[in-house]
Design a protein around this ligand. Structure first.
Ligand SMILES: [Zn+2]
Length: 352
């Protein structure tokens, strides 16, 4: 079968290659891959900046935002033949640490976790894969191709859970949320905010185009200036840019008793002038909490599946701005203006 693989840390090594059928040791559930979403992590891996191949192997199969259809499942499995499913990305470390031992691999303490398509475990960008029941999540059949949005939605479902658990340290009735960044993660974070009946605001650089339109059609407010200019201090900020100046601006503008969740990854190495005294005053005197959030465990995938099932499918379909056939994978991995989510269709037209 065909798979898109790379030699990690070697730019230009990506190739569509023939690989063996997935081994039975990967799990009793056999899945036909329908589509795989592309994100910044894939582009980093492709550029030779990130990624680890499985032990003893040179190449790593890419792909962690998957959508597939079950071809074989044993009796008693949580999915049956024909179901649309998504594979969970992270696997617990083998030690395991205290968190991985209780299926909270998103909080792995020792860094020895593996991730399909990223770290020491082949991804989902092959025609078929096998998986164990614990790591496969069923998607509402009505979503079709939109099920490929489940993995990025799991990341924001975890961020929202973090916000709510931290907010719950005192009486908690948030009214306003600011999402910084209108990429797929930011837009999905905004969707989950609207589903919570909050007054949702999204900030990004573009003043026009598909991102502002997507924000407005969600019933949220779009801003293209600085965080300090939005005219209020949000109860919740979900940071999805990873841009230092935006992060610091946002940190000094969280409302009283508010919670800010960081989901974007900064590249580091930048130094900017910043009044840390003012930020400290704001955080202490207003009980502000800032929390980081990465990855997702099974509970978050299930919350994400419910959120997508309840969402407007026309709106979700507008997030997928390009669909590219597997043979044209190189085009999918090249950024275009106005891209939101680009999807590689491994089986074109089978999940429309
Ligand atoms: Zn662990």
């Amino acid at each position: 079968m065909k798979a898109l693989s790379v030699i990690p840390l070697r730019a230009g090594s990506a190739a569509l290659v023939d690989v063996d059928e997935p081994p039975a040791s990967d799990g009793p559930i056999l899945v036909e891959t329908l589509a795989v979403g592309i994100c910044g992590t894939d582009i980093e891996i492709l550029s030779g900046a990130y990624g680890w191949s499985p032990p003893g192997r040179e190449r790593l199969v890419l792909g962690h935002e998957s959508l597939g259809r079950v071809l074989e499942a044993p009796a008693g499995a949580p999915v049956t033949v024909g179901d649309l499913v998504v594979g969970i990305v992270r696997r617990p470390d083998p030690v395991p640490c205290a968190n991985c031992a209780v299926m909270e691999w998103d909080f792995c303490r020792n860094g020895q976790y593996t991730e399909r398509g990223i770290k020491e475990h082949d991804g989902y960008l092959s025609e078929r894969y096998r998986i164990t029941p614990d790591f496969v999540v069923k998607v509402d059949a009505r979503l079709g191709l939109l099920g490929v949005l489940l993995e990025p939605t799991s990341v924001v479902a975890k961020a929202w859970e973090e916000v709510e658990r931290v907010g719950g340290r005192a009486h908690w009735s948030p009214r306003t949320v600011l999402v910084t960044g209108a990429g797929p993660i930011g837009l999905l974070a905004a969707l989950l905010g609207v589903q919570r009946s909050l007054d949702v605001h999204v900030l990004d650089r573009m003043s026009e185009g598909v991102k502002p339109e997507l924000v407005r059609s969600l019933g949220a407010t779009y801003h293209s200036g600085a965080v300090g200019d939005i005219g209020f201090q949000p109860d919740v900020i979900i940071e999805c840019t990873g841009v230092s100046s935006v992060i610091l601006d946002a940190m000094t503008n969280v409302g009283v008793g508010g919670v800010m969740c960081l989901t974007g990854v900064s590249s580091g190495g930048h130094q900017i002038n910043f009044d840390e005294g003012a930020m400290n005053r704001n955080m202490v005197l207003e009980n502000v909490a800032v929390v980081g959030s990465v990855n997702a465990n099974r509970r978050h995938y299930e919350a994400a599946a419910a959120a997508l099932a309840a969402a407007d499918r026309d709106w979700l379909s507008r997030l997928i701005t390009r669909r590219v056939a597997l043979e044209d994978w190189a085009d999918a991995l090249t950024r275009h203006d106005d891209d939101v989510k680009v999807v590689i269709e491994v089986q074109p037209g089978t999940a429309s």
